[in-house]
Design a protein around this ligand. Structure first.
Ligand code: ADP
Ligand code: MG
Length: 582
């Protein structure tokens, strides 16, 4: 039974396996390595995941969700139609789809995985990720930080293994991670981590949409969800197009016979990205300050989709005085690294001497009170950020008043002076024997495991002992709510009726239908009917021909729609001789 590696991304998720001496990406049923982390609820209650679901962001925005990873570890509920889901439940549906495709591709059962998380994920977010896996029926062998996985892969694939210090910048859809990595031979040591869990390509898209509305005198809040999703999609497409060619790209919105538009150029994009890049800069300098040893950075490794932006590379060039190289597999590097990590877990022989150490991204401690009147406790840190994992540390805490019966510890993560400025992870209480204030005490031990998850125990001078893995209260294992969530998720079927590509073609056509008007729209409707008919009645050959035709037509419509919206009336040529260009 195989262990697979999964890069569970905000925007895209990938799976990878280590076999035949290398990390090998696993394609989904559509033959793609990337599966969009988008989930859509169908009318019959089944769930669509991936590219077809992404199309439904425009046609069925109310029953479709994307980018829910940014809410992991929070109580936020996301609705798909009438049903509400927690972020980890939606992530578990993505995992279910990835697993189903991996099983099919590998032809063997898969029940164990290594999953990557942003390095800057806190304890709640990590636990939510583990829970998502559990709900999908997976055992997590290890959580690995995304930039660490990328560094592992990068280093492993390098011919020369000399001494070097690298910076990994992972700039994805919803998160930014910056890590400093020291390497010597086959030892990879992550020495500092900094990040922002709410900064990524999504913010760039939002800035473009906001600017569009401002320029056109529209109120973003008043746009309906169809118009908004269409703008977001165009913003993303325009942004990506600008990394490939430096010509203006238009974004257009039709609203009640009014046509609104703007042209996005790299100069404008740079201007819109400026506040976002300033935040990136803060994170980079923090990682640099936190590293334990000085020394030159030999290499900057760019990871993630947003790192491919031309304007981002320009910005980094200004910052570093040298342009970081974009490598071919920028957005696959994390997945490949997670695949390697799965290989290490499986004890693949050729990976045996590969060693990687990681650090914890946040400081951890308990709230302490100066005296009985203290209402605003401050932090006593047991583990400082950037400590090497696994880390363990203990400290004694004394009673504050006479005959105090118990000591209660509130556990926090974060860098703030006051406990209230940090993230509360949980509580632990131990009984103490009667005595004078300051006489009885408890020894608290913090252990931060290799997955970046905290375990806390406390033993009082009276011998009372308590311990727990710090999980947000709603995640306690064995709890009835967990059981319920599990049942709820297992009941949801993945909408994989028939061929996934057919589903995607149809959803794409329906999206284009909503984006067009008048005659053009009617033509798309004809195309949908033609395809549906073949799907119901056609033989195998007929169906393959229909797919072929559908792919060709949709691609043509797409090109015209985005190239110049006014030219779209020309995309359908009745005299088309039907010749293919293949
Ligand atoms: P995640 O790891 O968060 O799932 P990815 O690393 O796949 O995300 O990056 C997704 C983000 O990258 C999206 O915001 C997308 O718009 C953006 N993106 C993808 N390709 C490009 C490109 N060529 N140029 C600029 N941005 C891109
Ligand atoms: Mg990523």
């Amino acid at each position: 039974m195989a262990i697979i590696g999964i890069d569970l991304g905000t925007t895209n998720s990938l799976a990878c396996i280590y076999r035949n001496g290398r990390a090998e990406l696993i394609p989904n049923e559509l033959g793609e390595y990337k599966t969009n982390s988008v989930v859509s609820m169908m009318e019959d209650g089944s769930v669509l995941v991936g590219a077809a679901a992404k199309e439904r962001l425009i046609t069925h925005p109310e029953s479709t969700a994307a980018s829910f990873k940014v809410w992991m570890g929070t109580e936020r509920l996301i609705s798909l139609g009438k049903k509400h889901f927690k972020p980890e439940e939606l992530s578990s549906l993505v995992l279910k789809q990835i697993l189903q495709d991996a099983r099919q591709y590998l032809g063997e059962p898969v029940e164990e995985a290594v999953i990557s998380v942003p390095a800057y994920f806190n304890d709640n977010q990590r636990c939510a990720t583990k829970l998502a896996a559990q709900l999908a029926g997976l055992t997590v062998k290890r959580l690995i930080n995304e930039p660490s996985a990328a560094a592992l892969y990068y280093r492993h694939s390098m011919q020369e293994q000399g001494d070097s210090q690298m910076m990994v910048i992972d700039f994805g859809g919803g998160t930014l991670d910056v890590s400093i990595v020291e390497c010597f031979e086959n030892i990879i040591e992550i020495t500092a981590i900094a990040g922002d869990n709410h900064l990524g390509g999504n913010d760039i898209d939002r800035a473009i949409v906001a600017y569009f509305c401002e320029q056109n005198g529209l109120s973003m809040e008043k746009l309906d969800s169809y118009a908004l999703s269409s703008l977001y999609r165009q913003a993303e497409e325009a942004k990506i197009a600008l990394s490939q060619r430096d010509a203006g790209v238009s974004v257009v919105l039709m609203q009640a016979d009014n046509r609104y538009s703007m042209t996005l150029t790299n100069a404008l994009l740079r201007q819109l990205c400026e506040p976002i890049f300033r935040k990136v800069r803060t994170v980079i300098s923090r990682a640099m300050k936190d590293r334990p040893r000085e020394g030159k950075i030999n290499e900057v490794i760019l990871v993630g989709g947003s790192a491919q932006l031309t304007v981002f590379c320009d910005y980094l060039e200004e910052l570093f005085g040298r342009r970081p190289a974009i490598r071919e597999n920028t957005d696959e590097m994390v997945a490949l690294g997670v695949g390697l990590c799965a290989g290490i877990k499986e004890r693949a022989e050729d990976l045996q001497d590969l060693v990687m150490t990681d650090v914890c991204p946040f400081s951890l401690g308990v709230a302490t009170y100066n005296d009985t009147k203290d209402k605003n406790p401050h932090m006593a840190f047991l583990i400082q950020r950037s400590s090497m994992l696994p880390a363990s540390h203990q400290d004694n805490f004394y009673t504050l008043f006479n005959n105090q019966q118990k000591l209660r510890f509130e556990i926090y993560q974060g860098e703030g002076y006051h406990a209230s400025d940090n993230l509360k992870l949980g509580e632990l209480e131990v009984r103490v024997p009667p005595g004078m204030a300051g006489q009885q005490y408890a020894t608290v031990t913090f252990t931060y495991d290799i997955d970046g998850i905290l375990h806390v125990s406390a033993r009082s001078s009276g011998g009372d002992y308590r311990e727990r893995m710090i999980l947000n209260s709603r995640f306690q294992p064995g709890d009835a709510a967990l059981q319920q969530a599990h049942e709820r998720i297992s009941q949801i079927q993945l909408a994989a009726r028939g061929n996934q590509e057919d589903q995607l073609l149809l959803e794409t056509a329906m999206r284009l239908y909503t984006q067009m008007t008048g005659n053009e729209r009617e033509r798309v409707a004809e195309l949908i009917r033609y395809f549906e008919q073949n799907r119901q009645n056609g033989g195998l050959i007929q169906m393959e021909k229909a797919r072929h035709e559908m792919r060709k037509q949709l691609a043509a419509i797409e090109i015209y729609l985005y190239a110049d919206p006014l030219a779209m009336k020309f995309w359908w040529d009745d005299d088309d001789d039907g010749e293919d260009d293949e």
